[in-house]
Design a protein around this ligand. Structure first.
Ligand code: CTP
Length: 323
């Protein structure tokens, strides 16, 4: 195999390296897969020595008190977040899915590779479906399905997609979207950056105001992300920040036997046809691949780890068509 450029993520995603990467990724091999319960068990046990995911999926009413100060994972220590009585009342009594176990989980990344995959039905048959960053499913159901057991929700989504909840229209749109997710867990990593503090308070107010109309369960992770970060450092993965997709796979590995990954392909071209891809499956038509993630993430390095775990039978990577 020709040498692989290591340092530049731009080179890693560039089309000119398509041939090299096709060889290195060995896509044919990705098709042959069988579950290896020993590899699943090994992964789970190693993770368990760093974190009890089931207990730490969310902060709870008994682990925090109103008035307590929280620090942010990725901000200097002098930034604090005071737990208000309002936030405290929104914490679960126990973390969602506490002590539960699932046979099959689908973890859905948001890669453009999902477009035209026809994977929706297969994703929806999993016992537990995890999605990232409140990604839309309406209009994409054939490729991504529509069941959601858990979706991550970074508070900054409120600013980016719902106008900071400043207008009646934005509030209504957000409420409608939440109502579509009835019964799902909204996993809100609010304590990563101090820059999310103000919008988190807006979000807390919104949830309280609409409590009786909401069917989603709220989860507010605390030290969990830091523990998972330390775990991956032992496998030579040490980016500024793990991607949401990597966090979700890791969480799934704690309570799920057969894990399938969809939409994980941080490259600018489709693996089989080589046609150019946008970064997201929900990108507007003609959008180009973005490499903005390079500032914080090491997606190609994460992908290589997924590929290794696929080879060991600990997870299944789905690329290409499901039909
Ligand atoms: N992903 C991928 N390939 C892509 C797009 C996304 O592997 N082309 C995976 C990444 O693990 C990513 C996850 O899908 O974290 C969710 O995608 P997205 O919402 O686009 O996440 P980002 O905004 O890129 O980043 P973050 O991880 O900070 O949420």
């Amino acid at each position: 195999t020709p040498p692989v450029p290591r340092n530049s993520a731009t080179r890693l995603t560039g089309r000119k390296n398509l041939k090299t990467y096709r060889q290195r990724l060995n896509l044919q091999e990705l098709k042959h897969w069988s579950l290896n319960p020993a590899a699943v068990h090994h992964q789970r046990t190693e993770l368990a020595s760093f974190v009890d995911v089931s207990a730490e999926l969310s902060l709870t009413r008994s682990t925090l008190l109103p008035g307590q100060l929280l620090h942010f994972d990725y901000s200097p220590k002098h930034y604090v977040f005071v737990v208000s009585a309002a936030l405290h009342s929104l914490l679960p009594i126990l973390p969602p899915f506490h002590g539960r176990h699932f046979n099959s989980c689908a973890v859905v990344g948001n890669g453009g590779v999902l477009t035209g995959s026809g994977c929706g039905q297969r994703i929806d048959t999993a016992d537990f479906v995890i999605r990232c960053n409140f990604a839309p499913t309406t209009g994409y159901v054939h490729d991504v399905g529509n069941r959601t057991s858990l979706t991550t929700f970074n508070p900054s989504i409120i600013d980016g997609r719902y106008g900071g909840l400043l207008t009646a229209n934005d509030r209504e749109r957000f409420l409608n979207r939440l109502q579509e997710l009835d019964g799902a867990v909204l996993w809100i990593p609010a304590f990563l950056f101090h820059t999310s503090a103000v919008i988190t308070r807006t979000l807390v107010d919104f949830f309280l105001e609409n409590k009786s109309r909401l069917g989603v369960q709220l989860a507010w992770p605390g030290p969990l992300v830091g523990h998972i970060t330390r775990f991956w450092r032992t496998r030579a993965l040490a980016p500024k920040r793990l991607s949401t997709g990597m966090l979700m796979y890791t969480i799934a590995s704690a309570f799920c036997d057969e894990i399938s990954l969809y939409g994980f392909w941080p490259f600018a071209w489709e693996p089989i046809s080589g046609r150019p891809l946008p970064y997201h499956y929900y990108a507007r038509r003609g959008a180009r691949f973005t490499t903005a993630w390079q500032e914080a993430h090491q997606l190609p390095a994460e992908f290589r780890l997924f590929q290794q775990l696929h080879g060991q039978g600990a997870l299944r990577l789905h690329l290409g068509s499901c039909t």
